[in-house]
Design a protein around this ligand. Sequence first.
Ligand SMILES: CC(C)(COP(=O)(O)OP(=O)(O)OC[C@H]1O[C@@H](n2cnc3c(N)ncnc32)[C@H](O)[C@@H]1OP(=O)(O)O)[C@@H](O)C(=O)NCCC(=O)NCCS
Length: 314
Amino acid sequence: MTAEKDLHALLATMHPELREGEYVYALWPHGKPLAGAISAAVREAEGLTVVLPRKEADSLGLSYDFVAAWITLQVHSSLEAIGLTAAVSAALTEAKISCNVLAGFHHDHLLVPVADAERALEVLHELVSANGEHKPAPELVLRSEEPADRPAILALTAAAFAISPASGEHVDGEPEEVKLLARLFECQEYLPAFSIVAELDGEIVGHVISTRGWVGELELLGLGPIGVVPRLQRHGIGTALMNETVARANTAGERGIALLGSPEYYSRFGFVPSTSLGVAPPEAGWAAHFQLLPLAVWPGGVSGTFRYADPFAG
Ligand SMILES: CC(C)(COP(=O)(O)OP(=O)(O)OC[C@H]1O[C@@H](n2cnc3c(N)ncnc32)[C@H](O)[C@@H]1OP(=O)(O)O)[C@@H](O)C(=O)NCCC(=O)NCCS
């Protein structure tokens, strides 16, 4: 399951649930191996804090002050989600309910004073409905890029490629794709109808560009870079941009689209290794990562090496 990052969706679907029983924070005796029904533990220089059912603490003779009810937010929140904890604690603070938050790998957990448990659930349910009542989700608009969009497009490309798709590592400085895109905007092989932005609520959240490329004299499209703002990745925006590109290419009578990327992702749009269609990648090492989508008027009998727009050479 993909972890949810969008705050609005997280709040609308957080399904707060009260666990049975009462829980306490206690210091675990130094040197004693962990045992029993411990629900959470935090190691600090001063010792090991455990959160466990009150009954268990009583039977182990551990002392405690704070007796809590345990509420789990059932939504699968991403550890990178921004603002969920802040929104939940702000609502509880407003209701004058104190709250300790524990983040597990899958869910967030709130420990509130036992006496406030029911009221805390009410506050959380109000937060759910306040976020569920919003207007229908804004519609994704796909349109051709306009020159005024370029700073926003370059910024989103920098954010999308801040982690290199090839290595998975953080990129130092400006990603190569930003420089490439800036040059593609200015090159002879630029095709205005194939620089497409995805806009959500007036914000540019995705972009794809295809420029003229060739195999011998045969004109094809070379797709890339494609990027989606990190916080909205895996919400279908990349798919929408790919489908729009393919639809526009078919309408324009283009023969085929070439790209370098993950076969796992692009095969879902019908891309196949270019060599299976007689087209060698510009660099032999790209192998199956260099892919081609033959469009309705793919001519067949094609043989040669794909050549990208000039800026790719750099
Ligand atoms: C790649 C990218 C454009 C896809 O756009 P997106 O809006 O996130 O993708 P979608 O929501 O349409 O599709 C998501 C699906 O594609 C898969 N997917 C996304 N990127 C993938 C990748 N690089 N390799 C394999 N699968 C990938 C996801 O697992 C997800 O699959 P699921 O629906 O089965 O869970 C976007 O994630 C992005 O900008 N990534 C960073 C830049 C980048 O890698 N660009 C492409 C370089 S070739």
